[in-house]
Design a protein around this ligand. Structure first.
Ligand SMILES: NC(=O)c1ccc[n+]([C@@H]2O[C@H](COP(=O)([O-])OP(=O)(O)OC[C@H]3O[C@@H](n4cnc5c(N)ncnc54)[C@H](O)[C@@H]3O)[C@@H](O)[C@H]2O)c1
Length: 357
């Protein structure tokens, strides 16, 4: 690790943030990691159980919009890096309640950028590798592709859901802080992640948990939408490389080199669950239920990550076959985790969402 000694990780009790902390805390014992998380429905302190007693880890429950809290934390811990995951992250929820996305994703990001600007020297971007603000974003800011082509770092923004619009606005603020104030910001736009600790409203864990319970498996439209699936541990390795070596002001796209139609992904997951549970062939596929498509549902995302490969020597280590197998295996070995996070609000939400199915 370079010279940073104290890293603020926001949203570290959520899916990708927890995987990142579980990788980084044991690997860098001389670096202090402070996790700031509001613990919304998507965040869970039990995701961090394996590191909660580590001497170089500290957890703070709080909101990234709380400017007084942020100022106090920067003063107390002297952060030299920020890795910013905290966000409302579910597109369906953004369609129901967009204001929460404007608040956490836009206002929260600006509050964090401002806290770093106040705490760090004016020439922080010129201070070698000492200071970094890694802003984690999504490929959804680029909108939708046709049947061919890929997004790259030059693709213009065209967000089409309240979620992607809020992430796009946050990205613009992050770049503005680099250009206007010289804050050493680096951006990443990652594709759809999957893996351990993902809240079961997202497609992969939803399919696994519903298949396990013998419940209907909802698929939007005809399931033709294509996503580039990125195993979360590969994403975290990319983020570590970006934190350590990316020059200020740069943007990197992160993809899994694993394009798949939703329906094909769902069928593969059904077959994996059935194989492990020793069920008859096709048992879980029969649970697939096509539901009315999401409004503004993007057709296809695909990622050209050659810049990250060429400049930071990163490429995904898991293909879809390995990654899905490891993921199904993890959820099957952690039924207590699934039970604990599937509380009443989640059940009500999905009862409403798919009531017509
Ligand atoms: N999941 C994906 O496929 C994917 C892909 C690319 C980029 N991203 C981005 O990566 C980041 C993490 O995504 P995720 O899937 O882990 O999300 P997640 O929903 O699983 O976790 C988000 C975390 O942020 C916390 N949080 C939300 N609002 C907060 C606030 N106001 N203050 C403090 N904490 C708050 C939540 O409690 C939760 O722990 C997000 O910025 C997301 O846009 C996600």
């Amino acid at each position: 690790m370079q010279t940073e000694t104290s890293v603020l990780v926001t949203g570290g009790a959520g899916f990708i943030g927890a995987n990142f902390l579980l990788r980084m805390v044991p690997k860098h014992p001389d670096t202090r990691f402070v996790c700031l998380d509001r613990l919304t429905y998507a965040g869970n302190a039990m995701n961090l159980r394996a590191i909660e007693d580590a001497a170089n880890f500290h957890f703070v429950q709080g909101d990234i919009c709380d400017t007084a809290l942020l100022g106090g934390l920067f003063e107390e811990h002297g952060f030299t890096s920020v890795v910013h995951f905290a966000a409302e992250s579910h597109v369906d929820r953004s369609i129901e309640a967009p204001l929460a996305f404007a608040r956490s994703n836009v206002e929260g990001t600006v509050a964090l950028l401002e806290a770093a600007r106040q705490a760090w020297p004016e020439d922080a971007a010129g201070a070698g590798d000492r200071y970094r603000f890694v802003h984690i974003s999504t490929d959804e800011v680029f909108g939708s592709l046709g049947d061919s082509g890929q997004f790259d770092e030059a693709t213009p923004y065209d967000p089409r859901s309240p979620y992607s619009a809020s992430k796009a606005a946050a990205d613009h603020f992050a770049r503005a802080y680099f250009h206007t104030y010289g804050l050493p910001v680096v951006l990443t736009n990652g594709s759809n992640n999957y893996g351990p600790f993902q809240f079961p409203e997202k497609l992969v864990p939803l399919v696994i948990s519903n298949a396990l319970d013998g419940r209907a498996i909802p698929v939007y439209g005809t399931g033709e939408n294509v996503r580039d699936w990125l195993y979360v541990k590969d994403h975290c390795a990319a983020l570590e490389a970006v934190l350590r070596r990316a020059p200020p002001g740069e943007t990197y796209l992160v993809g899994g080199d694993s394009e798949a139609r939703n329906i094909d992904l769902v069928e593969r997951l059904c077959d994996l669950v059935d194989a492990v549970e020793d069920r008859p062939e096709g048992y879980s596929r029969d649970l697939i239920t096509f539901v009315e498509d999401r409004p503004g549902h993007d057709h296809r995302y695909a990622i050209d990550f050659s810049k990250l490969e060429a400049e930071l020597d990163w490429q995904p280590e898991h293909d879809l076959t390995d990654g899905l197998r490891a993921t199904v295996d993890w959820y099957l070995r952690h039924p207590d985790w699934l039970e604990a996070v599937r509380d009443d609000s989640y059940r009500d939400y999905y009862a409403r969402q798919y009531s017509e199915a």
